[in-house]
Design a binder for this molecule. Sequence first.
Ligand SMILES: NC(=O)c1ccc[n+]([C@@H]2O[C@H](COP(=O)([O-])OP(=O)(O)OC[C@H]3O[C@@H](n4cnc5c(N)ncnc54)[C@H](OP(=O)(O)O)[C@@H]3O)[C@@H](O)[C@H]2O)c1
Length: 272
Amino acid sequence: MTILVTGATGNVGRHVVHTLFQSGRSVRALSRNPKAAILPEEVEVVYGDLTMPETLVPVLKGIEGIFLLTSSAGGSPLQTGSEIIELAVKAGVRRIVMLWNGEKGTVERATEASDLEWTHIHPYCEFMSNTLAWTESIRTERVVREPFGDTPNAVIHEADVAAVAATVLTQDGHAGKTYVLTGPEALTPRDKARMIGEALGRNIRFSELSKDQAHERMKTMNLPEDVIEYVLHWHENLPAEAYTVVPTVKEVTGQQARTFAQWVTAHIQDFS
Ligand SMILES: NC(=O)c1ccc[n+]([C@@H]2O[C@H](COP(=O)([O-])OP(=O)(O)OC[C@H]3O[C@@H](n4cnc5c(N)ncnc54)[C@H](OP(=O)(O)O)[C@@H]3O)[C@@H](O)[C@H]2O)c1
């Protein structure tokens, strides 16, 4: 059984590739730029673009399961879900695991309307890897600048999202389910800055941005206006699911969810 991993070069997808590969599965990794992909040599890396479904025809040959993103670069929901799912069904795909953003778009609707076995994986919370956005200001100024400094979030290690995905892709009994995921503790941006400082043995200052300042900063990152509005609105009106710890990672994988302290230890060089 070959599994297609989309987003294979991303924070979660590359862990999905590694986890499946290490458990002896045959994996095909999708990228819009396969030459730049840093993945195990033995993994087949193929070109494909989810916004151009015709590029997926050769990619889907012999595929039984797909780890499927529901958004494209920049976070915009894919508009090509029905074409992707039609091609997947034609190719004989049996199972789809979607990394869900919480709003049903074209991918989710087409999958649910099909006869495919599907599972939604829904990390309501933030990924720990979002903290990598702080590396430069911590390295050069020992400061973290963020809005909503006291808003807790049950941040999840991207390897745990991947572990759930790999389990669901390779074991029966998960069809039709939506798994809400969180990490093991709710932390504020201020907490995270302090914990990185403790691990570095340095004082890291937290400087709270206003909503307008955060908006301006995201504009300089060339994020589309609708995505900026969505992100700010989400942080300002954080759903309880984003900071209420749930045991799903342990229930699905049998392993405790990794802590932020573990994540920081593994990434300490990035902040030094
Ligand atoms: N960050 C968070 O806190 C958070 C929380 C919940 C959910 N999510 C969602 O989780 C998903 C994955 O996040 P991530 O952090 O793992 O991703 P990421 O590191 O931002 O990487 C994005 C991945 O998507 C691929 N990609 C983008 N546009 C594509 C397209 N048109 N066709 C094919 N592949 C495309 C990229 O592959 P190539 O560049 O190699 O083509 C890359 O592997 C995202 O949809 C995000 O919205 C994120």
